[in-house]
Design a protein around this ligand. Structure first.
Ligand SMILES: Nc1ncnc2c1ncn2[C@@H]1O[C@H](COP(=O)(O)OP(=O)(O)O)[C@@H](O)[C@H]1O
Ligand SMILES: [Mg+2]
Length: 392
């Protein structure tokens, strides 16, 4: 008899077969935690590497129940499971973490903005746009340019538009179909000096740990670079961001990882949005922290003691590998690896097993060390080579 399987292993089911599930599989393996994913097909990113896969969609209750059957906890690599199904899952006896009451704040930017206002968190000024007829009021309130967002279903900048005029906004409202349960949100365009992210892990029993506050760079609404910790951020502002994230995790009863996306602006720190799952701003932690966000997500949802979030070196730089406009410019992977890995034995490459498509996150690279300028150059060189942007 196998003594390990004999001592019942907890099993976590993760909804979604993307790279976040794929990267959660590694610490699940290390800790011998059972790990099952719900993927839409066998060739999805996580389904390629996880042995226990349920094929199905996140909006199919039967598929969700098949995922949950035999799991101790169900968690998520995206926020899109309908709340009614989350309640059904709970009723079936499985723990859902984060729970439906928390997750609604990451599913709908309007609900999130209302909760942030109730919590007294600083945010950009915002309003709901009731339709084209409401744009004059919106523009008078927020000024032009402003930022239009669909409240639900967007990600990586899809569902976000910076618009400079009434006409431009009206065109977007007229041509963009809105899901039945979604709303149009408008926000003041914040003149931020940089974007930050504050990540915390929180367990059901209330233990919480905060990662160092990082600097993120978004290109076309998509994360492209992260530096941990944020260079030049005062201790005071860093602590304020961490306390904000810890407070929100507690107030909203988040279990697992919470990422708070922030604007560092002249008027202070403002909350942009919340994500209740491992997040692109925390990929650096795989190679750069004592305990990665993926491991701490697993520990948190299983209510195990949390791991140390401290960095291993003064600086960690992560750069995303994003699908180029023309996939034909990509070098054969074998050749790219020969070049990138030989040139810099210190670079850590993570590819997600996804077909290259323009603007698609295909992977990331991480470097860890003492000299930030050198690390930035090394990480961008490796990512650019893997993206076919440079060939030497
Ligand atoms: N109010 C704003 N002012 C200025 N830039 C913004 C504002 N809201 C969003 N952005 C920019 O757009 C990016 C994506 O917006 P976000 O609301 O985070 O959408 P998503 O859900 O796609 O990540 C942000 O990271 C930021 O760069
Ligand atoms: Mg965002």
């Amino acid at each position: 008899m196998n003594p390990v399987t004999e001592r019942r292993i907890p099993r976590v089911g993760m909804v979604g077969g993307g790279q976040l599930s794929r990267m959660t599989a590694a610490p699940a393996t290390a800790l011998a935690i059972g790990f099952r994913v719900l993927a839409t097909s066998a060739d999805e990113s996580a389904a390629q590497v996880v042995s226990d896969v349920v094929i199905g969609h996140h909006d199919d209750l039967d598929a969700l129940l098949r995922l949950a059957d035999g799991c101790d906890v169900v968690t998520f690599d995206h926020e899109h499971v309908p709340p009614a199904y989350l309640l059904e899952l709970e009723a079936s006896g499985v723990a859902v973490r984060p729970g439906p009451g928390a997750l609604v704040h990451a599913q709908d930017k309007r609900t999130m903005r209302e909760a942030l206002a109730a919590a007294g968190a600083p945010t950009p000024r915002w309003t709901i746009v009731e339709g084209i007829g409401d744009l004059t009021r919106t523009g008078d309130y927020l000024g032009w340019p402003l930022v239009l967002k669909v409240s639900r279903g967007g990600y990586d900048g899809r569902g976000v538009w910076v618009v400079s005029s009434h006409q431009e906004a009206a065109d977007i409202l007229a041509t963009t179909p809105l899901a039945a349960d979604a709303a149009w949100l408008a926000e003041e365009r914040v003149a931020f000096t940089r974007e930050l992210a504050a990540q915390v892990a929180r367990s059901p029993s209330g233990q919480a740990v905060a990662y160092p506050v990082v600097r993120t760079v978004q290109v076309d609404g998509m994360c492209s670079e992260v530096v941990a910790p944020c260079p030049g951020l005062s201790d005071e502002r860093a602590m304020q961001a961490q306390e904000l994230a810890l407070g929100l995790a507690k107030d909203l009863d988040v279990t697992g990882m919470l990422a708070v996306e922030l604007f560092d602006a002249p008027q202070g720190i403002l909350v942009n949005e919340l994500a209740m799952r491992p997040h692109n701003s925390g990929h650096w932690s795989i190679d750069g922290a004592v305990t990665s966000q993926f491991e701490n997500h697993l520990r948190a949802v299983l209510d195990l003691p949390l791991g140390d979030p401290h960095p291993l070196a003064p600086w960690t730089v992560m750069v995303n590998v994003i699908g180029p406009r023309d996939a034909d410019t990509l070098p054969p992977l074998q050749d790219a690896y020969r070049h990138v890995l030989a040139r810099d034995p210190g670079v850590r490459v993570h590819l997600y097993g996804k077909d290259p498509r323009p603007g698609r996150k295909l992977g990331h690279v991480t470097v860890v060390g003492d000299n930030l300028d050198t690390l930035l150059a090394r990480a961008h060189h490796a990512a650019n080579y893997l993206m076919g942007v440079i060939d030497e």
